[in-house]
Design a protein around this ligand. Structure first.
Ligand code: HEC
Length: 175
């Protein structure tokens, strides 16, 4: 049971301190990623992992009702954040003086470069954000149905949407 409370605590922390998902106009992209998308996605991935029994089989009974509810809420938050990113007309990458994760790594893109890539392909960025929202929507439905197989598939495709967007707009290969 303790693990459930830990997860619930994590969720309410995120909800209390994070930017409102529908507020992407004000929150920077970095905040949306670090405060909402990353923790909620980690929660979904961790809980999905819990569904596997010792034989590597998916078993929906391994999650309690409150686990499934937490997954459903995380899916809803991710969907909202994805839709807000898709809708936003402009994106501020980060606040003045707030470094991006991995900024010190060799060849890391600067916020200015990221902003320029997004601006140059606004529709492409929105399409990637809609992919995230779509995968998140499947997570919500799977959680509502307590469908372990669908959740597993949706969690996998959620992870694909991260790398798909990051490859184009965060750690793009230099041309
Ligand atoms: C629509 C595009 C898009 C999608 C989808 C997306 N990201 Fe991002 N993400 C970005 C961009 C652009 C950056 C680089 C700017 C930055 O560091 O915030 C980034 C940065 C990040 C960061 C670093 C934040 C920081 O402190 O600098 C994390 C963590 C992250 N993403 C997690 C995720 C996860 C997890 C997913 C999938 C569940 C995801 N992202 C999906 C565009 C996206």
């Amino acid at each position: 049971m303790r693990i459930v409370f830990l997860f619930l605590a994590a969720v309410s922390l995120v909800t209390a301190c994070g930017p409102m998902p529908g507020d992407a106009g004000k929150a920077t992209l970095r905040q949306v990623m670090a405060d909402t998308i990353e923790p909620q996605s980690a929660l979904v991935q961790d809980m999905t992992f819990e569904l596997y029994d010792d034989n590597g089989e998916l078993d929906p009974r391994r999650l309690s009702t409150s686990h499934w509810d937490v997954i459903e809420q995380a899916g809803k938050d991710l969907e909202k954040a994805g839709r807000a990113l898709a809708r936003a007309e402009t994106h501020k990458v980060t606040a003045e003086g707030v470094a991006l994760q991995g900024a010190d790594a060799e060849g890391a893109a600067t916020p200015e470069e990221i902003a320029a890539w997004i601006e140059a392909d606004h529709d492409g960025f929105a399409a990637e954000a809609r992919k995230l929202a779509g995968a998140a929507q499947n997570i919500v439905v799977a959680a509502q149905l307590r469908d372990a197989i669908e959740l597993d598939a949706a969690a996998l495709s959620l992870g694909d949407t991260c790398s798909s967007c990051h490859n184009q707009f965060w750690y793009r290969q230099s041309e």
